[in-house]
Design a protein around this ligand. Structure first.
Ligand code: PEP
Length: 250
């Protein structure tokens, strides 16, 4: 069985006071929903405090990016060993915002994925097409390439310790979600290229009102949640939807 997994991506949001309140509410709200593993990927400066707050809680934490280098003269970068020191279990790699706004290529993403694994962090590898690529019928070609470059250099077996997230770029932060059929089609395509137990998350404007339909799809194992992870009630409702899907799908 593939465990359901819901991950919050806070992006560059939050402050110390609001983080504390949000996490307190989320930890309470997910109590009893053991069928779903939950995590939050937070901005670097908050990792220390959040590690303290979440110690012993069922909510894991991680980062949204890392350097492909373990140490050295890389001003402004944060390495995998540093994330490990702060108790991170997960790190997002290849988010479309990193690819589009910070020029991360498939090769850089593959190196970051390797850097995470080398330190025992589980990378959450994001793949997804832009709207123009979808309109041009290139969705499968794009996600296949993004996945292949990472697996060519890290091996398919590396997926034993990784998670894949399908995030259509046109659905991220836009309020426009892939239909459950669109999501399922790409997830099934990816499923054929990963290990049977690999969890494939869907990300792109997942909210309490569309989560159940998406999570009901056979190859959607959970979600990578941006905006809705900043509102405790919304994030909890998404986890509840994943828990109900887990009950139904097993
Ligand atoms: C994301 O940040 O990866 C994301 C999917 O954002 P949103 O849920 O806001 O679309």
């Amino acid at each position: 069985m593939r465990y359901r997994f819901v991950v919050g991506n806070w992006k560059m949001h939050g402050n110390r006071a609001s983080n504390r309140a949000l996490l307190e509410a989320v930890v309470k709200g997910i109590d009893g929903l053991e069928a779903v593993e939950c995590a939050v990927c937070v901005p670097f400066p908050y990792l220390g405090e959040i590690a303290g707050q979440l110690a012993g809680a069922r909510l894991a934490w991680g980062a949204q990016n890392l350097s492909e280098h373990a140490q050295g003269a890389f001003t402004g970068e944060v390495s995998a060993p540093m994330l490990v020191e702060f108790g991170c279990r997960y790190v997002i790699v290849g988010h479309s915002e990193r690819r589009q706004l910070f020029g991360e290529t498939d090769c850089v993403v593959a190196a970051k994925y390797a850097a995470a694994l080398a330190q025992g962090l589980k990378p959450i590898l994001c793949v997804g097409e832009t709207l123009s690529q979808r309109d041009a019928g290139q969705t499968e070609e794009v996600v296949e390439r993004q996945l292949r470059v990472v697996l060519d250099s890290n091996g398919k077996k590396s997926l034993e310790n990784a998670v894949v997230a399908y995030e259509p770029v046109w659905a991220i932060g836009t309020g426009r979600t892939a239909t459950q059929e669109q999501a399922q089609a790409v997830h099934a395509f990816l499923r054929a290229r990963v290990l049977p137990e690999t969890r494939i998350l869907y990300g792109g404007s997942v909210k309490p009102d569309n989560a159940a339909a998406l999570f009901a799809m056979p190859d959607v194992d959970g979600g990578l949640i941006g905006g809705a992870s900043l509102v405790a009630g919304d994030f909890i409702a998404v986890v509840q939807a994943a828990a109900r899907a887990a009950q139904r799908k097993g």
